[in-house]
Design a protein around this ligand. Structure first.
Ligand code: MG
Ligand code: ZN
Length: 272
């Protein structure tokens, strides 16, 4: 049976907020954030904000405490566990940073469910300050992606291509995301893959505007409950397709339970 790789964005997909904004707001640095935002790239600004936060006496423990309170839908964790139990390989591709993501995953005991976390480096230096750096070094050169929606520090499309190159060609992908940065990787998926854009979020808007750039099948979702339902039904559907592929013609479809087709999520309607 072909392996299924499920790739999750992190902010507003796994957690129900943006982790950068959450930490900045909860520690009381929103005004400084608003001042700095127009002056530098987001990723560089986060590193600068961590310097300010450190100099103002906030510790790594303070950052960890606020990260442990990020909102997360109660069905998200069961969704990971079911997908993992169904044999999927789970990965994260995120423009947040490793420190934030790992702190949250460890808090919920989820590290073991993910085989890879692709994100901006984040580590604590000797002074106890959190350092955040870009996934792709972009000071002297760009990552080369011409997609206007990719930020300078990270092209998730390049990350997906790297993951695709490292697995068997029969591997099927399911990509879940909400943001503009999730559009480029969505365009790299094939017609046997699925993209799950969060409804009424920027990725969903971008797909509605440019449907011809997407080869993958599209299944929208609104919240953690729908994410779980759609994701598990897609995994079951792929597993069934892959199993039936090896059966003789007249056995095909006989073992599909009645009503399966009615319960499948409907494709995203594309407005004209
Ligand atoms: Mg996101
Ligand atoms: Zn890109």
């Amino acid at each position: 049976m072909a392996k299924i790789v499920v790739v999750f964005d992190f902010d507003k997909t796994i957690i129900d907020c943006d982790s950068d904004n959450w930490v900045v707001d909860e520690l009381g640095f929103t005004d400084l954030f608003n001042q700095l935002l127009p002056t530098m790239p987001w990723n560089s600004m986060m590193d600068r904000l961590m310097k300010e936060i450190h100099e103002n006496g906030k510790t790594i423990a303070d950052i960890e405490e606020v990260l442990k309170t990020v909102p997360i839908h109660p069905r998200i964790i069961p969704a990971f566990k079911s997908a993992h139990a169904l044999g999927c390989d789970l990965k994260i591709v995120s423009d947040a940073n490793r420190f934030f993501i790992e702190t949250i995953l460890k808090h919920y005991g989820l590290m073991e469910y993910f085989s890879g976390i692709n994100t901006n480096p984040g580590y604590v230096d000797e002074q106890g300050r959190l350092r955040i750096s870009p996934y792709h070094v972009f000071i002297n050169s760009s990552h080369g992606c011409t997609c206007s929606l990719c930020p300078p520090n990270m092209c998730k499309g390049l990350v997906i291509k790297k993951i695709q190159a490292a697995v068997e060609s029969k591997t099927r992908f399911i990509y879940l995301g909400d943001g503009n940065g999730d559009f480029c990787p969505s365009t790299k998926l094939g017609e046997r893959d699925f993209v799950m854009p969060r409804k009424n979020f920027p990725l969903w808007d971008a797909i509605c505007k440019n449907p011809t750039l997407i080869n993958a099948q599209i299944q929208e979702w609104c919240d953690g409950e729908e994410l779980e339902r759609v994701l598990i039904s897609l995994i079951e559907r792929i597993n069934l397709e892959e199993t039936n592929q090896f059966l003789p013609m007249d056995c095909k479809y006989q073992n599909i339970p009645m009503g399966t087709h009615e319960t499948l999520p409907q494709p995203l309607p594309v407005p004209h």
